[in-house]
Design a protein around this ligand. Structure first.
Ligand code: SF4
Length: 369
């Protein structure tokens, strides 16, 4: 982090003429972590609100996909691998049944955390006698290495339970609603590195909102905040790239080509939010033999209740959409904390509830014991 640069941007922001309340949304868990860690909310003029938006792939992963992963782990002889965050995400099942992959493992299933898609391939090669199912949930930045793996060729015993999502359609859905809830956007740096910043051009062009791509240091975030505030003041909205050292026009052409070659795009469900047009990745037909949804049939369970929903009382969907701050959920710190999470936003390192709690935002709730 460049402290002096961050201080300079802060001074420039404070020197701007007052323009009343401004709500700036970010759509990246990494941005939210940096904002909270650096205490940017307290450092900025009080009229500037920084709103965490739909930037956590684990939080929006459909409940039915997590449930399917749990069942595949329990009901087949496969090794189920997933990124560590996903292991603690709760689903809605009757008391006594495993409600997370972690609990499925405790019940005897072979569930293993991995750190990268390549690790799933290595495990499959090392254990050719067993099927390995990779529960691949994530945004564009995770789907790019999954696409590379597919293009290289999967081991015959490796299957994908794909639950990939694109970020921009969630923002488009908010902007198309009557109440987007924000006046300016900080676009995600990592996603733009892969897909190109142009994906966010629609925000200033179609919706007239100031937009800036930011990196993860406070100086880059503050530069983006300064940019969108100036755009508003000068009434000139455009897409500003405040992370040019990494984000290039067109993104990463190789990664984009691999994504196009291996994955299609379809309407997809977001947990607690509903179906968003053109927001989900699917395996192309050529990879049907590696599609866990097709290769491992599970009997329907029509009696299952609250399918697809958040756990009772959990407000994650409203947190993800920026409708409320994490500490406005009535369970925040009262029954829901990182040690004992109720909803996915308290599980994932990219979830706003966990980030806020970890960084000491305990306003209005009793301290963790
Ligand atoms: Fe869900 Fe817990 Fe966050 Fe409330 S505090 S929205 S229950 S994760």
């Amino acid at each position: 982090m460049n402290d002096q640069e961050a201080r300079d941007w802060l001074q420039r922001i404070r020197a701007l003429p007052d323009q009343g309340p401004v709500r700036i949304m970010n759509v990246c868990g990494g941005h939210e972590r940096s904002i909270s860690l650096a205490g940017l909310r307290d450092a900025l003029p009080p009229a500037i609100e920084l709103i965490p938006g739909p930037g956590c792939p684990v939080c929006v992963c459909p409940e039915e996909d997590v449930y399917r992963a749990i069942r595949l782990a329990l009901e087949t002889d496969a090794i189920l691998v997933a990124f560590g965050d996903m292991l603690r995400v709760p689903v809605n099942v009757p008391r006594g049944e495993p409600r997370s992959l972690e609990q499925a493992r405790a019940a005897g299933a072979d569930v293993r955390p991995i750190a990268s898609p390549a690790e799933a391939a290595r495990l499959a090669l090392a254990r050719p006698e067993r099927p390995v199912i990779f529960f691949a949930a994530g945004f564009e930045t995770t789907m790019a290495p999954v696409a590379a793996l597919l293009a290289e060729g999967l081991p015959g015993n490796l299957f994908l339970l794909l639950s990939g999502r694109l970020t921009w359609p969630a923002v488009a859905m908010l902007l198309d609603s009557e109440t987007p809830g924000f006046d300016a956007l900080i676009a995600p740096g990592h996603v733009s590195t892969v897909m190109g910043p142009e994906e966010w051009q629609f925000v200033p062009e179609r919706h007239g909102l100031p937009t800036a791509v930011a990196g993860f240091g406070p100086e880059s975030l503050l530069a983006a905040i300064h940019s969108v505030l100036r755009q508003r003041l000068e009434q000139q909205c455009f897409l500003d790239n405040c992370y040019p050292e990494v984000v290039r026009p067109g993104g990463n052409p190789t990664a984009r080509a691999l994504l196009t070659q291996t994955l299609g795009v379809t309407d997809a469900n977001w947990r607690g939010i509903g179906v968003i047009s053109d927001s989900g990745f699917v395996l192309r037909e050529a990879f049907a033999a590696h599609d866990a949804r097709r290769q491992f049939a599970l009997a329907e369970k029509p009696e299952r209740r609250r399918t697809g929903e958040m756990p009772p009382g959990c407000d994650c969907a409203r947190v993800v959409l920026g409708r409320i701050y994490p500490d406005q959920c009535r369970l925040y710190g009262k029954g829901c904390n990182p040690r004992s999470p109720i909803g996915p936003c308290m599980v994932s390192d990219e979830g706003a509830c966990r980030i806020w709690w970890r960084h000491g935002i305990h306003s209005g709730v009793p301290s963790e014991a």
